[in-house]
Design a protein. Sequence first.
Length: 331
Amino acid sequence: MIKSKILIGFFSIIILSGIGLGVYFGIFYAPNNEPKEVVLTIENSDTIGNYTLQDLNSFESVTGYAGYRKTTGTLVGPDLYKGVLLEDLVEEVGGLSANQELEIVAGDEYQVTFTKEMLNGQFSAYDNITGEYLGVKNFRIIVAYEKNSQSLPSSDGVLRIACLADEGEGYLSDSSLWVKDVKILKVINSVSWNVYLYGAINDSLDKDVFEAFMYMNDAANLLIYQLLEGDRTNTYEGLALWRIVGLIDDEDPYTYNETLANSGYTLVLKNEFDANITLNSIDISLNDSYILAAKKNGVFLSNEQAPLMLVGPAVQAFQMIVEINEINLEF
């Protein structure tokens, strides 16, 4: 009888323990079926993808050193970043066609637009010790979710754009490219512009053609000018004015007529507000100190300066006309 009671008690303990363990594991180890937080939305017309951090971790990751130069001259980094190639994420919604651009939107609605050319990762580079301009170099652009093997600091958000140097730690990019707290990648139609050219022949340049002209032949035509504006040093990118003049100075749009320039004619640069600057062809002939800038700190000029601005070592302050949309040659 006693033996039976002992056995019954023993099995009761096992049963109760089983129930207790079942309750324990049910409470503390039940599968988490709650939806994960969406941290990134990618849009292309009617195609929309929402991605959690777990989703982004399932993509092939890219790791490398990166940092940036602020317009104040302060250098940040390099640090070790990990993330997903921006180009791979855009391919998820069909990629960019020739007449499309990528709008990157932050949580505070700050926006930066990358052209198809910019996605190739050719940007102005700066030495990571001195901040000295090094020319145009190659970068890999990623949507980063880790910095130095940790989640991004809260000030950066869950995701941010990072531009990884192709050659290790040796150079940095412009801070304007490093969008923090990225929330949306949106494929949009190109927001283009036209600059009208009048001379021996008439022509026009749109943004895509101008950009291609800057970066053709490994950016052989690209000119960079750093200008101190207030307490900030801004980096402008563009083409020599004389190269654009060569498109319309005679019947041959593929050559610059130096002889004609040295004989003397007038260039008039205008904007939509009828402001204009007059220059002499002799002064600008084969002179890379007169630059038609299309970009500032790595991105295209904003509405207040776009489409083109005249800058350069030979350009005086009163000649720095903005929003240039017309160039006239007066013989």
